[in-house]
Design a protein around this ligand. Structure first.
Ligand code: G3P
Ligand code: MG
Length: 256
């Protein structure tokens, strides 16, 4: 069942700040969010960094791709100016630094493993190994206290990435991320030994929500940006969701 926060800031600070940056996570924090979702991809030298798109052009200017660029080069790239001039110079953050920041700021993380094409298993493995190393104390404590929510939750659209994460760090829980819930969701969740299903709220029905929760899985939705819709899906029994509108939907949103 869901032991994690209910309302989560999507990509750091939603649409109020550049996605997948420390400025974004700081913005979430300034709005009271101690729960964050972000995307993690591997650089050319296999260092996990925060990034959504495998190709440059949207948040980072220019041509090229994350998997062909070293972490050092990525750290020198501007991931903030596209959003607003006041964020100019905000770098592509290293996952390691973000984990440290979140740990020291008491922010819980939903780490979305976002492999560049062809790097599914490797991304899952590397992200899991790094996380396991940094959270070794919390993982050991969690073995004794199953309701402890300090350890991050992995999620991914990539089944193979999650399988690799499972092999590398079985103690770190996993949520399977799907746009449309597939007919064989039970088998997939079982194979991953997942704790939750993460899905697009637009494709969810109250009936399906009930079935998923009845099987004992947590149910997380992305990306819910109006209080009306948030209220509706919470009434269906959805456990948690991420939002871009951290200004409209606060961390204590009760849905009543
Ligand atoms: O993890 C939920 C959500 O972030 C999935 O979609 O494209 O925003 O990473 P996307
Ligand atoms: Mg994401």
């Amino acid at each position: 069942m869901w032991i994690y926060p209910k309302i989560i800031a999507h990509r750091g600070g939603g649409t109020l700040a550049p996605e997948n940056t420390l400025a974004g996570i700081r913005c979430g924090l300034a709005h009271g969010f101690h729960a964050v979702e972000f995307d993690v991809m591997l650089s050319a030298d296999r260092i996990p960094v925060l990034m959504h798109d495998p190709q440059f052009g949207r948040t980072v200017r220019g041509a090229g791709s994350v998997s062909e660029t070293t972490a050092r080069q990525l750290a020198a790239m501007d991931a903030g100016a596209w959003r607003d001039a006041r964020f100019a110079g905000e770098p592509v953050p290293m996952y390691e630094d973000v984990m440290n920041f979140c740990k020291s700021s008491n922010i819980w993380m939903n780490v979305e493993i976002k492999p560049a094409p062809g790097f599914d298993a490797e991304t899952g493995r590397v992200v899991a190994e790094r996380t396991r190393h940094l959270f070794s104390g919390e993982i050991a404590a969690r073995v004794r206290r199953i309701d402890d929510a300090t350890v991050p939750l992995f999620s991914s659209f990539s089944f193979d990435a999650l399988m690799a994460a499972r092999a590398a760090a079985p103690e770190i829980p996993r949520g399977y991320l799907v746009d449309v819930v597939p007919a064989d969701w039970r088998e997939q969740l079982r194979a991953l030994d997942a704790v939750a299903l993460h899905t697009n709220h637009k494709n969810l029905t109250p009936r399906l929500a009930g079935e998923i929760r009845q099987e004992g899985y947590g149910l997380f939705c992305y990306t819910v940006n109006t209080p009306e819709r948030a209220r509706e899906i919470l009434q269906w029994g959805v456990d948690a969701f991420c939002t871009d509108r951290i200004d409209l939907i606060g961390p204590d949103f009760a849905g009543t």
